[in-house]
Design a binder for this molecule. Structure first.
Ligand SMILES: Cc1cc2nc3c(=O)[nH]c(=O)nc-3n(C[C@H](O)[C@H](O)[C@H](O)COP(=O)(O)O)c2cc1C
Length: 349
């Protein structure tokens, strides 16, 4: 099927990188490569991208940045590095399909010596990383660990802030309690979120998540309560029962346990910087993973203007956050979530 080692390695790298995290596990990426022109591109696949809120575009760019970071590093370790530039229409051999927005153009770089040990180690890390929404151990980060995390962001426009004190935990718990119900309040956004939740464990899926990914093991009656109680068509009924408030209280209890929080922010949150932030987030997430630590993003605090500004003010940040998460040493392992097949991501002509 593949005529060159570059194509073969590209397919191999994408097959591993498809385990990258993305908002709602929507996996909004598409890759195309043309062996004839030796040019390829990475694009946002608009059929898959979230659009329930304007701010979700930031998360699409960060998600694609994480995905690309994995591909780029794996290709380097495979000895077939990518030469890449920001997307430019004139750099592709044919126009993009209407439902794709180009992000990156790439072509094969000069061949290098492969580092198979580094390749397999990274591949294992990428595939074993899962979002962990469970309670964490109370272990705090050492000064050396904090330094190693900050190192990822040196010479970049992205700023990393971290907190691991009781006062911050209280602030985050209060903010989550105050704003978590926003997830359900916006009809269009909630409809989109709900469409990514799968209720039948026996029905295969290629994106989204099952209820146990969100809440761990819960009794069957609770699954039914969630399925019916939070159905977008029953929105007024749900509100009458004050279910959003109930969820906000439970979520606030969990998130208030921290034990650590991290925020990424940008002085200039433009398309390129958001993509770069995704690349850095990929490295941060995998370094924590190496230490046996997990991340639980809390995007509800950065998707709406008011909580975002309040969060920045309360935690004393210089710039508005583009990503916020609790994190800590893993106590309860998280489960693997579905993924798209390689063939639906990569096209070669
Ligand atoms: C930019 C970004 C934002 C995310 N926001 C949330 C969030 O608010 N809540 C949450 O539980 N997971 C969040 N996630 C995690 C995704 O839901 C998760 O990556 C996806 O479901 C795939 O699961 P996995 O990470 O375990 O492979 C986010 C991930 C990314 C990359």
């Amino acid at each position: 099927m593949f005529t060159t080692s570059f194509e073969h390695n590209l397919a191999g790298a994408i097959d591993i990188a498809r385990s990258a995290p993305s908002s709602h596990n929507c996996q909004p990426w598409a890759v195309h490569y043309s062996p004839l022109s030796r040019k390829g591109y990475l694009a946002i696949d608009r059929r898959r991208a979230l659009k329930g809120l304007p701010s979700l575009e930031n998360e699409m760019l960060m998600s694609c940045g994480i995905f690309f970071q994995h591909i780029e590093t794996l290709m380097r370790y495979a000895g077939t590095p990518l030469q890449w530039t920001w997307f430019d229409d004139s750099d592709t051999s044919s126009p993009l399909p209407n439902d794709q927005d180009g992000l990156i153009c790439f072509s094969p770089g000069d061949l290098q010596v492969a580092n198979s040990e580094a390749y397999f180690y990274l591949a294992e890390q990428i595939q074993q990383r899962h979002t962990n929404r469970m309670p964490y151990e109370t272990t705090t980060l050492s000064a050396l660990q904090q330094f190693r995390l900050q190192e990822i962001f040196s010479d970049s426009p992205v700023q990393l802030n971290m907190w691991q004190d009781q006062v911050s935990r209280k602030h985050v718990a209060d903010l989550v309690y105050q704003y978590a119900a926003l997830d359900f309040a916006d009809k269009q956004a909630w409809q989109e979120t709900y469409s990514f939740i799968h209720f039948d464990k026996n029905k295969p899926a290629e994106d989204g998540f099952y209820l146990h990914h969100l809440f761990g093991k819960i009794p069957a009656y609770a699954e039914w309560l969630f399925r019916i109680g939070f159905h977008p068509k029953l929105n007024p009924f749900t509100r009458l029962l004050r279910l959003p408030q109930f969820m906000a209280r439970e979520f606030s209890k969990l998130t208030g346990q921290g034990p650590q929080y991290l925020a990424l922010s940008l002085p200039e949150p433009n398309q390129h910087n958001l993509f770069l932030a995704g690349r850095m987030l990929a490295r941060l997430w995998l370094l924590l993973q190496q230490w046996g630590w997990g991340i639980h993003p809390l995007s509800v605090l950065v998707q709406h203007d008011l909580p975002k500004a309040t969060l920045a003010k309360t935690l004393g940040m210089t710039h508005l956050p583009i990503f916020f998460a609790r994190f800590g040493q893993i106590k309860i392992a998280a489960d693997i979530s579905p993924r798209r097949h390689l063939d639906s991501i990569l096209t070669i002509d």
